[in-house]
Design a protein around this ligand. Structure first.
Ligand code: PHE
Length: 455
């Protein structure tokens, strides 16, 4: 008899854990940064459409495949169809998870650095955007600090993953996510009332200008939706494998997509008004939100406490995401290679740490890594685009084909119905997963190949 697989301790515990995976730097760091680079409101609208169509359908598909197979991202494929070559989709997902973790934890490290910067009063009495930039570059431009904080974050992630599923992750997510949410609302209100310039920010963020939409906008918006929802690499297959058969996967998936999207939209409302108020460029890149947030704290009574609290919560939100990233290779090694949880967590954590070093030193300090030849991106931006946009998009394409056609929508629907006997949206789900998702993705990818506009 195989040992019974661990399960989330309650339905709400699972929703918090899945939302914890989804909500993180993707919403608060990556979403405004991508929106800024891609011209604002039109990007936001396209992102929204992708999130509620392809995103929601794929969320349900991954959770369903995970629960049916009760396996990791790789084993899930071979469990529902023994020996299938589609297992390589799982392998791609596992590698993508490690690659994303490698640069994600670098940015999470900056967040930790900002806790200390805020607490030590470095942002009090700011004079302008140059100072905000200088403080950011001072942190990320020092290779030892950047690598050290990155290492610290990986170590924290390993520690939580070592504690196992239910105990480690659920406990964290439950309490802190609602507080982060409340704090974001407060910051949005402050940002919107800063003064002149704020309206320009709102316009940039909310009034679409479709003349700026190109093929890059589509692939980045899709990539952003997948990244933010933790889709396309098996994180939700893995989390789904711990869900009880009696849970209603449809409501779980919908809840997660709803809150994840809400938080991203809120983050934009915090960042863009303040950004235009202080006169920074929306194309600021990876450092964008780190340059804008301290400004808002400086303009709030008790900003030191709010600021410190915010970066602390953001670090926790990032941690609940890095946990899910690390859990993907870890559960693979435990299920398929019979490694102990301890060895798997430490081993993969160290690999992600080493892979992240080039990203950590790519922000200004290193002339080669800060501007790679030909593509003109920093190493971190390159990893972010390659794995965050392309790998996830290809993963999403293959997973939707697998669940919709290969394993088959009937089997998938049957699994959903275990916890939801009157699955009302079966038809919509089936059409989105089998047709809308693959066709849209293929068109985008072909267009990119034809135009050669990869980055
Ligand atoms: N969704 C997470 C975030 O928004 C990042 C993530 C991507 C986590 C892919 C797991 C898998 O921060």
């Amino acid at each position: 008899m195989e040992k019974q697989r661990e399960e989330w301790q309650s339905k709400i515990g699972f929703i918090f854990a899945a939302a914890g995976s989804a909500i993180g730097l993707g919403n608060i760091w990556r979403f405004p940064y991508m929106t800024g680079l891609n011209g604002g409101a039109a990007f936001v609208l396209i992102y929204l459409i992708f999130a509620v169509t392809i995103g929601l359908a794929l969320m349900l598909a991954e959770l369903t495949l995970g629960r049916r197979s009760r396996k990791n991202a790789y084993g899930a494929f071979t469990t529902v169809i023994p020996g299938t070559r589609w297992r390589w989709v799982g392998a791609l997902g596992i590698f993508t998870g490690l690659a994303i973790l490698s640069f994600y934890s670098v940015v999470a490290g900056w967040t930790v650095g900002y806790i200390f910067k805020t607490v030590s009063g470095q942002f009090v009495g700011l004079t302008g955007s140059d100072q905000l930039k200088a403080i950011f570059l001072d942190l990320v431009g020092n290779p030892w600090t950047a690598i050290g904080l990155h290492g610290l974050f990986i170590a924290l992630t390993i520690l939580v993953v070592l504690g196992g599923i239910a105990k480690g992750i659920e406990r964290w997510s439950r309490v802190l996510m609602p507080v982060l949410f409340a704090l974001l609302i407060l910051l949005a209100i402050r940002s919107l009332t800063l003064g002149p310039g704020v309206e320009k920010g709102l316009k940039f963020y909310l009034k679409p200008d479709f003349s700026k939409v190109g093929i890059e906008t589509l692939i980045t918006a899709l990539g952003q939706a997948l990244f933010s929802l933790s889709l396309g690499m098996g994180a939700m297959i893995t989390y789904g494998s711990y869900v009880s058969k009696s849970d209603n996967l449809v409501t779980s998936a919908t809840t997660v997509v709803f809150f994840d999207t809400l938080i991203a939209l809120l983050a934009g409302l915090v960042i863009f008004p303040a950004l235009f108020y202080i006169g920074l460029e929306p194309q600021g890149g990876a450092g964008l939100v780190f340059m804008v947030l301290p400004l808002i704290f400086d303009k709030i009574p008790g900003g030191l406490i709010f600021g410190t609290g915010f970066f602390l919560l953001l670090s926790v939100a990032a941690l609940t995401s890095t946990i899910s990233l690390l859990e993907v290779p870890v559960s693979y090694l435990i299920d398929e290679k019979k490694w102990s949880r301890k060895l798997a967590a430490i081993g993969t954590g160290v690999v992600a740490f080493l892979m992240g070093i080039p990203s950590a030193i790519s922000q200004g300090a290193n002339p080669f890594l800060s501007k790679l030849p030909l593509i003109d991106l920093s190493f971190l931006d390159f990893m972010n685009a390659l794995f965050g946009n392309y790998s996830l998009t290809i993963g999403a394409l293959l997973i939707s084909i697998f669940v919709g056609w290969v394993w088959g929508i009937h089997n998938a629907v049957q699994e959903v119905e275990q916890g939801n006997p009157q699955f009302r949206y079966r038809k919509v789900w089936s059409v989105t997963l089998r047709y809308v998702a693959p066709i849209c993705i293929v068109i985008i990818l072909i267009y990119i190949i034809v135009t050669g506009k990869f980055f």
